[in-house]
Every structure is written in C-alpha cells, then in structure tokens.
Design a protein around this ligand. Structure first.
Ligand SMILES: [Zn+2]
Length: 254
C-alpha cells in the first residue's frame, strides 16, 4: 500500500492523533516535539485504517452530492443545489428559482422530464452565451446543439458546429463560460497547442483556474448519474466507473 499523503498540525498536545477529514484528506495532530520520522512511521503503520476511513468519507460525500429526483431529493442547477418537491398532479416540471416541483412519476419518467427541461434551458442559455462570446471574439459558428453526452461537456466539429451536453447546466455560470469560450476557440485552433490556449487566455485571463475548477467539479459532483431514489447503488462504484472520462477537462470528438 502506498504511503498516504498527509498534513501535520502541531500543537501543545500530548498524543498523536490521525484524522481523516470529510474530503478524504488526512491530518496528523501531533505534539510540538514529535519528529517527522515518527509521524511518518505512525501513518505507515495505520495505512490500512486510513485507507478504509478515506474510502468511507469519500463515499459519504459522493452520496450527499447525488442528484435525487423525487420529493425530498435535490437537484443541481447552475452550480447550486435546490430541493425537489412534489408537484401538482398532472402538472409538468416547474422551477421557481428556489425549488423544483416534479409530478410523481416512475423512476425513469422523472429523469426524462428533467432531461427535457434541462435541454431546453441549456439551448437557450448556451445560445445566448455562444452568440455573445462569438461576437466579442469575431468568430461565427454554424449550429449549436445540446445533447446528453456523459463524458464530455462540449465539442466543436471541423465544420464549425458546437455540441454541448445539457449537463453543463449543473455547473456554475463562470465554468459554463469557460466551456463555451473553449469550444469557440476551436473554430480558430482545432487542437490544444499553445496557440489555442493563448486564444482562450485572451478572452479569459483566469482560464487556467477555471479549467482546474472544472476538472475538480467533474470529479466531485455526480454529474453523470442521477437517481430517483436514495438507494441508487454504490457511489464508489459509480464514481470509479467514469472517473477517467469525467476528470478530463474537455475532451472533444474532433
Ligand atoms: Zn478542446
């Protein structure tokens, strides 16, 4: 087993204490005079325990961040979490800026309804953003489409068509802007070489920070799976399954 990475916090305490925080990181609370080597030995000795605690912490966090499309559940929209409540019988999905109301439906019904709503919203918002940025950058695209891709946020084809996943709507607006600008820059540079990143930087000087944040969010939020019930399987397993793809910032087809 690899030596876990950790942070040592020293204080006037008498004993050494290992603490796995809720984000899965390890903290070693140590007395002022305990040597670094002694701390290292202790961590190594307890590697299995740490690993187990870390796995549980990450699992709990993943479960908390899961989208649940049934009354009492929650939905992520534009980077915020909103409660899901029961809508009036016969009514369609509604969102009043504070909560989503969904009619009671069988499992996949709720998901289909939400996907349809998200696609409509995504089309409107992404078109507005793409038009705004394209005008500013002096580029033009041919067509903008919103699909259901799970392993990429957006792509740009050689013909100048933009494709986005409706799932971008789960991200905060400044990351949606990054995704849009990224794809528009591919109209000029169909690669990820230095010239491409210079174009992105011209529009978004803090693009590197946004790019990192997007990679983090792709891993941290369960943007791939959504559940209609609490018991949606093992979040560990689900995260593992797509982690490689989800952690890519913006792979694209072209
Ligand atoms: Zn790209």
């Amino acid at each position: 087993m690899a030596q876990p990475s950790y942070r040592v916090v020293r204080s006037k305490r008498k004993t050494v204490c290992l603490r796995v925080r809720e984000d899965g990181t390890l903290e070693v609370l140590a007395p002022l005079h305990t040597s670094q080597a002694a701390v290292g030995r202790l961590v190594k000795q307890h590697a299995a325990w740490i690993d187990e605690k870390r796995r549980k912490a990450l699992k709990r966090r993943a479960a908390r961040r899961k989208i649940i499309l049934s009354p009492g559940g929650r939905m992520r929209y534009l980077g915020e979490w909103y409660p899901v409540t029961e809508g009036r019988p016969g009514a369609s999905l509604s969102f009043d800026g504070h909560r989503f109301a969904l009619p009671l439906l069988p499992q996949d019904g709720a998901q289909t309804l939400m996907e349809g709503w998200m696609k409509e919203q995504a089309k409107v918002l992404l078109t507005k953003k793409a038009d705004g940025w394209a005008a500013k950058m002096g580029v033009s695209y041919r067509r903008l489409r919103v699909g259901s891709a799970v392993c990429r946020w957006g792509s740009c084809s050689g013909k100048g068509n933009l494709n986005f996943s409706f799932r971008v709507l789960m991200l905060p607006p400044h990351l949606i802007d990054y995704i849009v600008v990224h794809e528009l820059c591919h109209l000029r540079q169909m690669n990820h070489q230095a010239a491409f990143w210079r174009l992105v930087e011209e529009q978004l000087p803090d693009y590197a920070k946004r790019r990192r944040e997007l990679a983090e969010q792709s891993q941290a939020i369960d943007f791939i799976h959504w559940e209609t019930e609490e018991e949606g399987g093992d979040p560990d397993e689900q995260n593992g399954k797509h982690q490689g793809e989800a952690s890519e910032s913006l792979p694209h087809s072209q």
